[in-house]
Design a protein around this ligand. Structure first.
Ligand SMILES: Cc1cc2nc3c(=O)[nH]c(=O)nc-3n(C[C@H](O)[C@H](O)[C@H](O)COP(=O)(O)OP(=O)(O)OC[C@H]3O[C@@H](n4cnc5c(N)ncnc54)[C@H](O)[C@@H]3O)c2cc1C
Length: 308
């Protein structure tokens, strides 16, 4: 049993697939671990998740419930529902303070805090996001294949995103919601593939129980679409705490790390999952957790060996 004053091996902030996977590996390595999770995973709005081998089509809530129930045999792993508000390092020990006023101490700390989407202000978009309009074709493209789809977005990477979606459906209309920087060459390429391009601002999206059926523009015109994909989801870090410890943000929106695995520029602080890569997907996030768990355990083994 652990009480709150126990110095634990690892605090994991965030209990999505990245954090829980690290907890499982570290738990199985006989490490004392506390996972502190607010419970607002990025995909909580969606009805089912895809692409995770053995779990294709699972509800996000069921995925989480299975992960937590499989942690039960490991009494050395504790899972707390709470929000971490402040972390500070003092003489190599991390002090983690939560919203409920609890203080935890650890030798290492992992941030698996993910990203949160802040959607563009298009009336009706919130209602369809995660149900018939999605960010990631690999996650939800199969279910929407060959359907009449809208692609919402602008800017860098947008043309590549359109090309990608063309392999799931040929019935595409690109909506830039205002004047776009689409080049002449790109316009010709879209036209040659009969992909529509509408730059008029969107007035609203009409849907029923999350299923998109019509897009209405500011000029009164409208368009029937059964679903869509959104490139710019306004994703931002869910937690700014790694920044307060001195870890800078990358242009891509993830935190700067010094290794592919999640080591940061600060000894003992690790960042994994979406917080590191901006969008890892469930299996990528779980892979991050597994790897960093093993690497942290190796570091702890070395430290403990030297203490004797
Ligand atoms: C609409 C939508 C659909 C998606 N569908 C799929 C799909 O089908 N397949 C797929 O592979 N991927 C899908 N994804 C992507 C997937 O959700 C993410 O890549 C994955 O959740 C990242 O895992 P993570 O553990 O890094 O972060 P998350 O799952 O976001 O977990 C982070 C956790 O940290 C907690 N947290 C944050 N800050 C704090 C704090 N200060 N204190 C305590 N807790 C904190 C959050 O509340 C959250 O519970 C989808 C994403 C979206 C938006």
């Amino acid at each position: 049993m652990m009480d709150m004053n126990t110095l634990v091996d690892v605090i994991i902030v965030g209990g999505g697939p990245a954090g829980l996977s690290a907890a499982l590996l570290l738990g199985r390595s006989c490490r004392r671990v506390v996972v502190i999770d607010e419970g607002k995973a990025r995909n909580r709005l969606t009805y089912e998740s895809h692409g995770y081998l053995t779990r294709d089509g699972i509800k996000p809530s069921e995925f989480r419930q299975i992960a937590i129930s499989q942690m039960k045999p490991y009494s050395n792993v504790r899972i707390e529902q709470d929000l971490v508000e402040h972390v500070q390092q003092d003489q190599g020990i991390f002090h983690t303070l939560t919203q409920k006023g609890r203080l935890f101490r650890s030798r290492k700390i992992i941030f698996a805090t993910g990203m949160q989407d802040h959607l563009p202000l298009i009336p009706g978009l919130k209602e369809v996001y995660g149900i018939s309009v999605f960010p990631c074709p690999y996650c939800d493209g199969w279910e929407r294949r060959n359907e009449p789809l809208a692609i919402f977005g602008q800017g860098e990477k947008f043309f590549h995103y359109v090309k990608t979606l063309y392999s799931w459906s040929k019935d595409l209309v690109v909506l830039t919601n205002g004047a776009s920087a689409v080049t002449e060459q790109e316009r010709e390429e879209l036209e040659a593939r009969r992909i529509g391009l509408i730059e008029t601002e969107i007035r609203d999206l009409q849907s029923h129980e999350g299923m998109l059926h019509r897009i209405v523009f500011q000029d009164g015109q409208s368009l029937h679409r059964k679903g869509g994909f959104l490139l710019n989801t306004g994703a931002r870090q869910a937690s700014r705490i790694p920044g307060t410890l001195g870890i800078p943000l990358h242009d891509s929106g993830g935190y700067v790390t010094t290794s592919d695995y999640g080591h940061t520029t600060i000894e003992g602080v690790y960042i994994i999952g979406d917080a590191k890569n901006a969008f890892t997907g469930l299996i990528g996030a779980a892979r991050d957790g597994y790897y960093i768990g093993e690497l942290i355990n190796k570091d702890l083994i070395e430290d403990d060996w030297e203490q004797i």
